[in-house]
Design a protein. Structure first.
Length: 407
């Protein structure tokens, strides 16, 4: 089928109307920051003017602000195959990683190796390095190439820490297989789902993942800096005391005890006061998913990726552009990357011409496919514009050579 037929038969077509879509923009960067759902503006306005403005401190009880991290967590749980009460929304992905990594290391005190790969998102590696330095107990962060993870699993490893979908090129790890291989030798697993949740089917229960983390601002459309989520397998919830032991994770926060006692459930992963405005925005954004079948999302994202690769390779065959993502759609997430000399300038020219993707050093131009608000016709049009940018050498304009702080 061509793009028009695919759009005409798209079961997700009606979801496009749920988003604020700027005129003249083909947005292929939802894997970095999702579009604004129309429901969010009204919700945040209500929380600011009516709840905060009208109720003031009473809002914690009258509007149950205190329960918002758990309610939003349950919405995300439904998207990642987790049971209710096993996901909480708080803090950032980086802080949530420290929480679960420190917990996992405390559960395997006789082992000192954290195994990860060179495709992991750098902040995950940085946080692990910082935790190792803070603990000062002889731990080691062992990095291998992504394709070598399975063969590197052995009895010296305490924790397997991986991002399911590689942020640069979209390569997808096999979560069930790697989790099973790790647990066969008593390794605990931590999965970063930042590029998975809301993009493809995830089932942390079926895969028996021990811990998972992820952000709220990519495919979940929670807004810039939206709070992150953390999942703990229910049978682990009493097996550790959090290293970040804040008052909201206390068994009785308002008892104001001088000694920390962790909450019995997922609330023990909370630290400080919940960010109510940001949580309210994410809560409203997640309502878009109520009647969405994640299988439809995955089918559309694979088709869009395949279509984009086909169109780009046909139109841009004479240029120095090489596919850097897996060609097999089952082995990638919801994004496609190409290696491109002068990739930063090429992406700036694309953005100036209405196609918004992003650049990742040293030479990667990256395009994300968010099925809830993209049309197949836009994928073809984006490839046409890329062909024009390259063919007419629009990227050579000096305006596109100067790098901004955010790429």
């Amino acid at each position: 089928m061509d793009a028009a037929e695919l759009d005409g038969n798209d079961p997700l077509a009606d979801k496009r109307s749920c988003f604020e879509i700027p005129e003249g923009v083909i947005y292929l960067d939802g894997n970095s920051l999702g579009m604004l759902p129309k429901s969010v503006s009204a919700r945040v306005s209500h929380v600011v003017s009516r709840e905060w403005g009208g109720s003031l401190i009473k809002g914690w009880n009258d509007h149950d602000w205190i329960g918002l991290p758990g309610r939003v967590g349950d919405k995300i749980a439904a998207l990642i195959g987790a049971p209710a009460g096993s996901v909480i929304v708080a803090d950032s992905t980086s802080l949530n990683l420290v929480k679960v990594l420190s917990a996992a290391l405390s559960m395997r005190p006789e082992r000192k190796v954290i195994l990860s790969d060179t495709g992991n998102f750098p902040t995950d590696l940085y946080m692990a390095q910082g935790l190792i330095s803070t603990l000062d107990k002889g731990h080691e962060l062992r990095l291998v190439e992504p394709e070598d993870v399975a063969s590197a699993i052995d009895e010296t490893v305490a924790v397997l820490m991986l991002t399911e979908v590689d942020y640069r090129i979209g390569r997808r790890h096999n979560m069930p297989e790697l989790t099973s291989a790790a647990q066969d030798v008593d390794i605990l697993t931590i999965w970063d789902l930042a590029h998975s949740a809301g993009a493809l089917p995830v089932d942390v229960t079926a895969s028996k993942a021990d811990f998972a983390i992820g952000c709220g601002y990519k495919y979940l459309n929670g807004g810039p800096g939206a709070p992150a989520f953390v999942y703990v397998r229910p049978d682990h919830l009493r097996g550790f005391e959090p290293s970040l032991s804040g008052w909201m994770g206390h068994a009785e926060p308002f008892a104001f005890d001088l000694e920390y006692r962790p909450a019995n459930g997922i609330d023990r992963m909370l630290v400080g006061t919940p960010a109510i405005l940001a949580l309210s925005a994410l809560d409203a954004a997640l309502d878009v998913w109520e009647d969405v079948e994640i299988g439809d999302v995955r089918r559309k994202s694979k088709q869009m990726g395949d279509l984009f690769i086909k169109e780009v390779e046909a139109r841009c065959a004479g240029y120095s552009l090489g596919l850097f993502s897996p060609r097999d759609a089952t082995k990638r997430g919801s994004q496609v990357s190409f290696r491109c000399p002068d990739g930063y300038a090429v992406m700036q020219a694309l953005i100036a011409n209405g196609v918004v993707g992003d650049f990742r050093a040293p030479d990667i131009i990256r395009f994300g496919f968010t099925p809830l608000y993209l049309k197949y016709a836009e994928i073809v049009q984006a490839a046409e514009i890329l062909e024009r940018v390259l063919g007419q050498k629009l990227w050579q304009d000096p305006r596109y050579q100067k790098k901004a702080k955010v790429t």
